[in-house]
Write a protein that binds this ligand. Structure first.
Ligand code: IPE
Ligand code: IPE
Ligand code: MG
Length: 243
């Protein structure tokens, strides 16, 4: 019988959900249909994380560099986010999911910002899976925003430059208070970070899979967890450590 390695469940998984457009193209469909299927795969992943006991899940849904895409595609993705919230909010609440949206809110329509604030407020007291949606997110922009915030504190005389530590920076990022991801998954065969969680990924394990995002299912998820279970995480030391 095939020996399956024991699963080790990461406390925090980050996912670069890539390949919606190619998934659609391979089927002779429009890119937008790939994004619709991508939302289904996301819904499924949320359920998987709940079932397998993952505490935090961060998904990359729109990057600050995705603004270079055609206008139509951008508004389609934005409308998908609105529809996802409208259709899934009650279910997320029932499943005890707490939602947090990270990214820049500048340049977003006021009604979208209100929607984001509303989802966060309505799920704030939930105690189950923390679902972090990286929307209009870029790691470099996040670090620039954090630097600006810290510089303001220094300029106001509330913080001395000598007092700035890694914790000061971590606390000024959009992800303040959240643990760093243990595992980052990227689908679609691309092997790059594309400006996702630059600071937070310092010691994350990366697993790249060939499936396009809409095809990522439970079997793919378990395969990734098996790969993760075989990794030695040394954090600069000599012995493998569990965080
Ligand atoms: C990921 O799929 C979704 C977003 C970036 C919004 P893509 O749209 O990047 O699909 P590909 O990479 O072009 O196939
Ligand atoms: C990364 O995918 C962003 C998201 C998944 C939202 P991209 O498709 O934008 O990344 P590149 O352009 O291939 O690096
Ligand atoms: Mg892509």
């Amino acid at each position: 019988m095939e020996q399956r390695p024991r699963l080790r469940i990461p406390n925090h998984i980050g996912v670069i959900m890539d390949g919606n457009g190619r998934w659609a193209k391979a089927r002779g469909k429009r890119r937008t249909e790939g994004h619709i299927e991508g939302v289904k795969a996301l819904r499924n992943l949320v359920q998987l994380c709940i079932r397998y006991g993952v505490a935090h899940l961060t998904v990359f849904s729109f990057s600050s560099e995705n603004w270079t895409r055609p206008k139509d595609e951008i508004s389609f993705i934005f409308n998908l986010l609105r529809r996802f919230v409208a259709s899934d909010l009650q279910n997320l609440i029932r499943n005890n999911v707490r939602v947090r949206i990270i990214g820049s809110r500048e340049g977003l329509e006021p009604s979208l910002v209100r929607l984001i604030e509303d989802v966060e407020a309505k799920t704030a007291s939930n105690t189950g899976l923390v679902l972090i949606v990286a929307f209009n997110y870029g790691g470099k922009a996040e670090i620039a925003d954090a630097t600006r915030r810290i510089a303001r504190e220094v300029a106001a005389g509330r913080l001395s430059p000598e007092a700035i530590t890694e914790d000061t920076i971590a606390g000024a990022l959009y992800t303040a208070g959240l643990p760093d991801p243990d595992l980052i998954i990227r689908t679609s065969g691309e092997q790059r970070i594309s400006n996702f969680l630059l600071w937070q990924a310092a010691y994350s394990e990366f697993v790249f899979v060939d499936e396009y995002w809409p095809d990522f299912d439970e079997a793919s998820f378990v395969r990734v967890l098996e790969t993760f279970a075989l990794r030695d995480r040394r954090f600069g030391g000599i012995e493998a450590k569990q965080p």
